[in-house]
Design a protein around this ligand. Structure first.
Ligand code: NOJ
Length: 517
């Protein structure tokens, strides 16, 4: 594949491996299942796929608890399956990115097991964040070394048999590495090379903003940014400079996208300086409510700060946007229409777009999963108070009229709703009015314009709660209000997310217009 900076305007499709396609018949998705569905992804029109972790893991957090960074869990296949997937993806014109999880390992990782067996102060313990509670660190009221809480709820510390505590910003089964230890740094450079040598095109970096903790591990004030003791510490950027050198030492263009949750586009921009990562997820877009003002603010702030931005509406950690956009609306079914409109806006913006499996089928969040089916540690750590992320991870309905809808032959690890009989890929492929058909048309339209669109966009005046912006010959119009708005002058409606008569844009609808520019 050529040496172009493909990532700049790539449409990347996230595959949550456990839930995409199951070839082995055990109810869990796998690499062979993905291989069998590559023609579907090529026909959809995406440029690249990102695979969530498939490494050996006890699955305390769906594989984000890695026990061996250089292998494939038998649940998902083998290294031979992985190599075959890389080759097949490339043969289908798809690039392949893998998830790397550097903030923490699994507690089953040999290094952590050795750390548990070794004494306090040992080299083995120094690869992780072990601490004592002393009279000077304990405040009497609490037992743990500091007041940090786990992202999944509860304290971020767990005590081991000899009385020391280890840090886990996520589940206790996910001990945080000590990134001030050179051995940890070296190990991850080697892991990057291991996968790059197998021909992958890039990495998605899990919790990219969390690797370095503030010296002394001071009690936290909530919030993000360089003042937080856990997130976006200035020294984290040195790590990505090292990683960039490795990526750049390989032939072709190997890219990295950071999972960076932050409260400002300026902080996000720090991760994508020319000698660091290529991209970072722009979660502000995903967090924006259905509102022209909110969308415009995110777009302005992003484009002001980030040279080659990304846009994302859904992933395996958040409520699916079809459902989010319907919340609080008089009729929740508008969520789907709004999702289609937001896709057109996202695909018209400069930069790269990330899609999450199933959004091309218009899948909603599954809210009524039975408690005994749930697996997300967030559900259990909150004692069921927070439903967690299983609802966006329900396996894909491919075909047929009854569960598991062609997902595999052995059921599905989370139950699929009966209503999904109407949402299978097979059924939607045959229906030009389906969400799948719309996604295919939108991605094809984006491809057809690719060479003609400049990097910059400009706002045009728009009435009401609508946004109009142009990029070269393209105008994107999106109506977030409750009344139809008059479209700006144009030659042709290239694609629209709802019925457009050529003059007016209905509510909850977007359109791409071509001008004679
Ligand atoms: C972010 C991942 O996307 C999420 O699924 C995981 O639970 C946490 N990082 C911890 O690895």
């Amino acid at each position: 594949m050529e040496d172009s900076p493909w990532w700049r305007d790539a449409v990347v499709y996230e595959i949550y491996v456990r839930s995409f396609a199951d070839a082995s018949g055990d109810g869990v998705g796998d690499l062979a299942g993905i291989r069998s569905r590559l023609p579907y992804l090529a026909a959809l029109g995406v440029d690249a796929i990102w695979l969530t972790p498939f490494y050996p893991s006890p699955m305390a957090d769906g594989g984000y608890d890695v026990a061996d960074y250089r292998d494939v869990d038998p649940l998902f296949g083998s290294l031979a399956d992985f190599d075959a997937l890389v080759a097949d993806a490339h043969a289908h014109g798809l690039r392949l990115m893998v998830d790397i999880v550097p903030n923490h390992s699994s507690s089953a990782h040999p290094w952590f097991q050795k750390a548990l067996a070794a004494p306090s102060g040992s080299e083995e313990r120094d690869r992780y964040m072990f601490r004592d509670v002393t009279p000077s660190t304990g405040d009497g009221a609490r037992q743990e070394p500091n007041n940090w809480v786990s992202v999944f709820g509860g304290p971020a510390w767990t005590q081991v048999a000899d009385g020391q505590w280890y840090l886990h910003l996520f589940a206790p089964e996910q001990p945080d590495f000590n990134w001030r230890n050179p051995e940890v740094r070296q190990e991850f450079l080697d892991i990057l090379r291991f996968w790059l040598d197998r021909g992958i095109d890039g990495f998605r970096i899990d919790v990219a903003m969390g690797l370095i903790k503030a010296p002394g591990l001071p009690d936290t004030d909530p919030g993000f940014g360089a003042k937080s003791p856990t997130w976006s510490r200035p020294e984290v950027h040195d790590i990505y400079r090292d990683w960039r050198r490795v990526l750049d030492s390989y032939p072709g263009v190997r890219a990295a996208v950071g999972e960076v949750w932050t409260d400002s586009a300026e902080d996000l921009a720090l991760y994508v300086r020319p000698d660091e990562l290529h991209q970072s997820f722009n979660f502000a877009w995903l967090e924006a409510p259905w509102s022209a003002t909110a969308f415009r603010k995110v777009i302005d702030e992003t484009l002001r700060a980030v040279p080659a931005p990304t846009w994302v509406l859904s992933n395996h950690d958040v409520v699916r946007h079809t459902t989010r956009y319907g919340e609080g609306a008089p009729d929740p079914s508008v969520g789907l229409a709004r999702g289609h409109a937001a896709l057109l806006a996202m695909l018209a913006l400069p930069g790269s777009a990330y899609l999450y499996q199933g959004e091309e089928l218009g899948l909603p969040e599954v809210k009524n999963l039975p408690p005994e089916a749930r697996q997300d540690p967030i559900f259990f750590r909150s004692k069921g108070e927070v439903l967690g992320r299983d609802g966006c991870r329900v396996p894909i309905p491919w075909s047929g009229t009854a569960p598991p809808y062609g997902f595999g032959t052995g059921g599905s690890w989370l139950p699929q709703p009966v209503e999904w009989a109407g949402l299978t890929a097979e059924r939607q492929a045959a229906d030009p009015s389906s969400t799948l058909a719309f996604y295919r048309r939108a991605l094809a339209a984006r491809r057809s314009l690719r060479e003609t669109l400049p990097d910059a966009m400009a706002w045009l005046e728009a009435p009401g709660d609508a946004l109009f912006f142009s990029r070269g010959p393209l105008i994107c119009a999106i109506n977030c209000g409750t009344d139809p708005v008059r479209l700006p002058p144009h030659e042709q409606v290239l694609i629209s997310s709802g019925l457009v008569d050529g003059q007016d844009l209905p509510p909850d609808t977007a359109a791409w217009l071509l001008t004679a520019e």
